[in-house]
Design a protein around this ligand. Structure first.
Ligand code: SF4
Length: 425
């Protein structure tokens, strides 16, 4: 059963009399479990929908609709699948105390992997989940592999019952499912020969494994430092070397570089980022892989559309990780717009300075950093620092922050999205 939380006006759902609180029970006699069932089972042009109205009345509708006309109902959020692992480097363990409860939930959900590209380990799949992945052909899935050696993987996940990943992926691949994969690099555990074997095994899947990223472990002040550590410069260099050594064969055989180091891996290795072409379709940009080159491309492609910015002073808020790379982005942005960009690298006051990502910046740290920049006319904030409810990780809202800052603030994912409207005169 899935509950309706909203119905669009002039939609099929509205015509049927569905309303918030209506329970969607079954489609063509099949019980509905979550949004996946709803989307896949109602994809046909004709189906029978069984509902229970808020007053308890049950009704069956025989629905015929033009292809792809949406039903117009919003569903209650799915209950998130909990993680069965206890990785030493788990981000949840690295959270400071006192945050919103929801932030301490370890999710590991194949449905969100399919829908949003969240990485999942597939260690908590039940037989029913496996059948759904195959039946609905949930592809591509984003999979945290870390190591294909089952002993190493179980150690990394701290899960002695984790199923072996190779047979799991094989079964799905045999049904046409593809994967984007990642290796979170834990030095001394899954680098070196283990990384080599992992990449060999994943490459051996052929086109079923679309990409593999190598991302260095990131820890906070609160992480289990007695159990794991971040990779040193030489270890990051070795991992970059392992990845890049595979490029000639990958490009020749598949027309793509296939294995990609995260920007952070290059940064920690003290190596220059590869050119944009080395990231192919930027498939894992949301995972911090090729983010700088992607931004540069976005700016270059929009360069003709920046009017009204000449001479303006614009602050660009980011975490300390991107601060080192950001000049490579702000320089072409300044040329394209004529504006003066000022980098505002904000240290994370909640997690400690070792947490350098922009997505985890607390609103209060941004407020404090902007307070020292009175000459700015606009500040661009990293869009990923806010959740869907418009809250920073410390529960400060965007409105609260805006009220404290004497100039306009705008959220931005790629700068281009925030510079399409001029400043108010
Ligand atoms: S898979 Fe590991 S890192 Fe991810 S939520 Fe579970 S314990 Fe944490």
């Amino acid at each position: 059963m899935i509950k309706v939380v909203a119905v669009q006006p002039h939609s099929i759902g509205k015509e049927l009399g569905l309303e918030p609180g209506t329970e969607l029970l079954a489609v063509n006699g099949r019980e509905l479990e979550d949004f996946l069932d709803w989307e896949f089972l109602t994809a046909d042009e004709a189906f029978v929908l069984h509902v229970r109205r808020p007053d308890g009345e049950e009704i069956e509708f025989e629905i015929e609709r033009p292809f792809e006309e949406p039903m117009g109902v919003a569903l209650e959020p799915a209950r998130i699948r909990r993680c069965a692992n206890r990785c030493d480097f788990c981000f949840v363990d690295g959270l400071p105390p006192g945050l919103r409860d929801v932030l301490y939930i370890r999710d590991d959900d194949y449905r969100l992997s399919f829908r949003y590209g969240n990485f999942a380990t597939l260690t908590n799949l039940k037989a029913h989940d496996i059948e759904r992945i195959i039946e609905y052909r949930l592809s591509p899935l984003y999979v945290s592999v870390h190591a294909t050696d089952p002993v190493v993987r179980r150690y990394l996940l701290r899960n002695p019952t984790a199923p072996e990943i190779i047979p799991q992926l094989r079964r799905f691949a045999d049904h046409g499912i593809q994967f984007h994969t990642q290796v979170v690099l834990s030095p001394g555990v899954n680098d070196g020969a283990v990384l080599r074997r992992t990449l060999d095994d994943l490459w051996g899947f052929g086109p079923a494994v679309l990409s593999c990223s190598v991302v260095p472990v990131g820890l906070t002040e609160f992480s289990k430092h007695h159990l794991c550590r971040e990779p040193a410069m030489d270890e990051c260099r070795a991992a970059v070397g392992e990845a890049e050594s595979r490029w000639p064969v990958a490009v020749s055989a598949r027309g793509a570089h296939w294995v990609y180091g995260a920007d952070e891996l290059y940064l920690r290795a003290g190596l220059a980022l590869p050119p944009a072409a080395a990231y192919d379709g930027f498939e894992q940009v949301e995972n911090g892989v090729g983010a700088v080159r992607w931004l540069q491309q976005r700016i270059a492609s929009a360069a003709d559309g920046f009017d009204d910015w000449a001479g303006r002073r614009i602050g660009v808020v980011t975490g300390t990780a991107m601060a080192a790379l950001m000049p490579q982005v702000l320089e072409p942005l300044g040329r394209a717009t004529g504006a003066e960009f000022e980098l505002v690298a904000v240290e994370n006051t909640l997690f400690g300075p070792s947490v350098t990502t922009a997505g985890l910046l607390p609103g209060r740290a941004i407020e404090a950093a902007l307070a020292g920049r009175p000459s700015l006319e606009l500040a661009l904030l990293p869009g990923e620092a806010l959740n869907d409810d418009g809250l920073f990780i410390d529960s400060m809202s965007l409105e609260q922050l805006a009220a404290q800052v004497p100039f306009e603030i705008r959220l931005s994912k790629d700068f281009v999205d925030a510079l399409d409207v001029p400043l108010a005169a």
